[in-house]
Write a protein of this length. Structure first.
Length: 213
């Protein structure tokens, strides 16, 4: 992934197949303590290894039933193209991507889409809060959510919105983190298995915490 002078990212791998590289990577081991997780922002060109880890993370989420905009099975090319587009938005200042890593392996991520319209620059949308299946139920999702909230305040955002499948783990996470439930929309999208799912909308005010506009 290379950032050009216009601030966007292009794929330096071309049509190179990442599957062989991903298959050859060592099996990850995960720490047992939250103190061992590291959450950081992607600001510069990611290495090929990091880019491959992001592709794997997205594929793992879809394969385990997460509703993150794709149907299973998620092809490597489709996942790769998604990340190329997302990282281009990072380069343009339209999106923030935080990753959680352990032992140099990416085990989670969360994104903040920054509204750019003149009358909505006070808000952002939490997107793709993902934790690798084998690293779940250790508090990492809540840690990622807290980290993206802190990042939102530094970007001058005083209102966050989020949506998540009704009845899923995300709904409980947002509620426990102090988000207000707006309501549920039936048949809002298809889950990774192709079936229609209801989606619950949440918001949280960060008034008094924003530091930049």
């Amino acid at each position: 992934m290379v950032k050009n002078q216009a601030g966007s990212f292009r794929d330096p791998f071309g049509r190179r197949d990442l599957a062989m590289r991903m298959a050859s990577r060592r099996a990850p081991s995960y720490p047992s303590r939250m103190a061992d997780w590291k959450i950081s922002e992607i600001r510069t060109t990611p290495s090929l290894e990091l880019f491959s880890s992001l592709v794997e993370l997205l594929q793992d989420a879809v394969a385990s039933g997460a509703s993150v905009g794709f149907l299973a099975p998620l092809a490597t090319k489709e996942a790769r193209n998604y990340w190329i587009g997302a990282l281009e938005e990072v380069g343009q200042g339209e999106r923030v991507v935080l990753i959680a890593s352990a032992n140099h392996d990416v085990v989670g991520c969360v994104q903040l889409l920054l509204s750019s319209t003149a009358n909505a620059r006070h808000r952002g949308q939490v997107q793709k809060l993902i934790v690798l299946k084998r690293a779940r139920r250790q508090g990492l999702g809540r840690a990622l959510l807290a980290a993206i909230e802190k990042m939102a305040t530094t970007k001058g955002r005083s209102l966050l919105v989020a949506d998540t499948p009704t009845g899923g783990a995300g709904e409980h996470l947002y509620a426990a983190a102090g988000y207000t439930r707006v309501g549920a929309i039936p048949r809002y999208l298809r889950g990774s298995d192709g079936h229609f799912e209801a989606t619950t909308i949440f918001y949280r005010g960060l008034e008094g915490r924003a530091t930049e506009m």
